[in-house]
Ligand binder design. Sequence first.
Ligand SMILES: [Fe+2]
Ligand SMILES: [Fe+2]
Length: 165
Amino acid sequence: MALLARGAGVHDEPDVDGLAHALQCGADLRASHPDDVELAVAGLVHDIADIAFPHDHHDHAHRGAELVEPLLGPRVARLVGAHVDAKRYLVATDPAYRARLSPRSIETLELQGDGLDASGIAALASEADLAAILALRRADEYAKDPGARPLPLDSWRPLLGRIAR
Ligand SMILES: [Fe+2]
Ligand SMILES: [Fe+2]
């Protein structure tokens, strides 16, 4: 929570800081998937590497997964680690998805290799947790609203406490 709080004022997207983006993404998943606390928490922490390592976006999904796994466990880590591949999967499989990406996300998509190829699509599609992986990614796209007023970070303490190990 201290690391997330440091996201106030740390920007990857121009219109929302890292804390606002985290809170919006987590809140969206908490509302849409009330029975899946791990998914909501994964949404909250999915870009935590951008806060831990400001201005170094390279491989931020996997580095974020490594950061959270000791505390939040392997499933949250996998959901965090897959969120860039999920973007590349959706770009390749959903014709309407690319238009929902922010300008910054289009810019990083190029560096991330654009849409997945057939073997990449097959690999992600074989994941048992594919639905959650894609739900996180779709929430990520909507969590860039400068006017949103999500619940504050403190509201996450009980949920984090339930899955922290
Ligand atoms: Fe990200
Ligand atoms: Fe994000």
